[in-house]
Ligand binder design. Structure first.
Ligand code: MG
Length: 387
């Protein structure tokens, strides 16, 4: 049986312990909120069908707009006064009782793709799967006066985390029973345990820390490693010959000139270099592989449309452009008068801020085909980040 997979991301808390003066889920660190980081990780797991984000009433608009950056159609549910009630509200909107539901604390922003997949696989096999790790610290019970009472066998101590993954009907029943009994647990697994239903541990090996205290945010501010792992660079180069009787199209605009660039498409040398740079950064091959020049479909094609298609493809895969730098190599015509229009046009095609685009032009000092005015070359470098 193919089960639908839901993910519930809890973002309705206030995060008082984090002392950020606001909901910690919305506290931006280096341009990203913890909610962004969490959603971007879930987004990488293709098998998740629907995402539900819980939030407070007055943060609904902000949380919806963040969630929409990662999922086209997120379900937004108003949370309750406690974590348990927020989860219950989210479970109630799921109508497929046989679906798998992953419940995740939004502030566990480093959760790995592997752990999410392991929780899903364990649930498909055993009916549930809850992330946790065996304690490496010595665990003691302590009394009210601060004295140790007992040292526990740490091999039997599992420190639980999220995701906690269940079949919807099981966890919904456990929540309903807990409500009836007036029981409040600190996680969802405990609600099943009290009904005598066995819950299976999924070993969490990578960093799955919860952003809880002010120091966690201070540390995050100082750490670049996470962002660096999601940065990709690509470069592209292209060259076309100049011929009389052709239109000169560079950077998506037509430039009046006695010659134009020769090619199967409109031969927009600059847009071709950009297309290759973007494909390169995403590891998706090159422009020739996507739009073969042997294909009649691309005869005199508008390169802006081809670039726009490539943009859609990489954006769908979760990439966003950070900046784009380009150089044109040509003797004539002078680019000074067209530079601004070209940058505007590229910003338009790629849906990015023109401040992140830079265009330079160089001559070749009269040497080679470009220097002799027989060809125009272009190079582009593009930096992207994976959301
Ligand atoms: Mg070309």
């Amino acid at each position: 049986m193919k089960r639908t997979i839901y993910a519930v991301i809890l973002a309705a808390g206030s995060g008082v312990r984090a002392r950020q003066g606001m909901n910690k889920m919305l506290k931006e660190v280096k341009g990203e909120t913890p909610l962004d980081m969490t959603l971007s990780r879930f987004r990488r797991v293709d098998r998740i069908d629907r995402v539900i984000v819980t939030c407070k009433e007055d943060e609904k608009e902000e949380i919806t707009s963040i969630a929409k950056m990662y999922y086209p159609d997120p379900m937004i549910v108003i949370g309750g006064p406690t974590r348990q009630e927020s989860v219950y509200n989210a479970l109630k909107v799921i109508d497929d009782m046989e679906a798998v539901v992953l419940i995740h604390d939004g502030a566990r922003s480093f959760v790995s793709e592997n752990l999410i997949n392991d929780c899903i696989d364990t649930t498909l096999e055993y009916g549930n799967g809850v992330a946790g790790h065996i304690s490496t610290d010595t665990v003691k019970r302590v009394n009210e006066s601060g004295h140790f009472i007992e040292t526990l066998n740490r091999d039997e101590i599992c420190l639980t985390e999220t995701p906690q993954s269940f079949i919807v009907k099981d966890i919904l029943k456990a929540h309903e029973q807990a409500r009836k009994d007036g029981y409040t647990g600190t996680d969802d697994a405990s609600l099943l345990e009290r009904l005598g239903i066995p819950v299976r541990m999924v070993v969490s090996q990578e960093n799955n820390k919860k952003l809880t205290f002010k120091k966690d945010f201070d540390e995050l501010e100082c750490s670049d490693i996470d962002l660096l792992n999601r940065i990709r660079v690509g470069q592209g180069y292209d060259l076309h010959l100049l011929k009389e009787g052709r239109r000169l199209v560079i950077g998506g605009i037509e430039i009046p000139f006695e010659k134009g660039l020769l090619g199967h498409s409109d031969a927009d040398v600059l847009l071709h270099a950009i297309t290759d740079a973007i494909l390169g950064a995403a590891g998706l091959g090159d422009i020739g592989g996507h739009f073969p020049d042997t294909d009649e479909k691309y005869r005199d094609a508008d390169s802006a449309l081809l670039l726009s298609q490539v943009k859609d493809e990489v954006y769908k895969k979760g990439y966003r452009i950070i900046n784009l730098d380009m150089t044109l190599f040509l003797e004539k015509p002078k680019m000074r008068d067209y530079r601004e229009r070209i940058v505007d046009r590229i910003a338009d095609i790629l849906e990015i801020d023109k401040k992140t685009i830079n265009l330079k032009a160089k001559t070749m000092e009269g040497t080679g085909a470009i220097g002799k005015g027989e060809a125009i070359g272009a190079s582009a470098t593009c930096l992207m980040r994976m959301i």
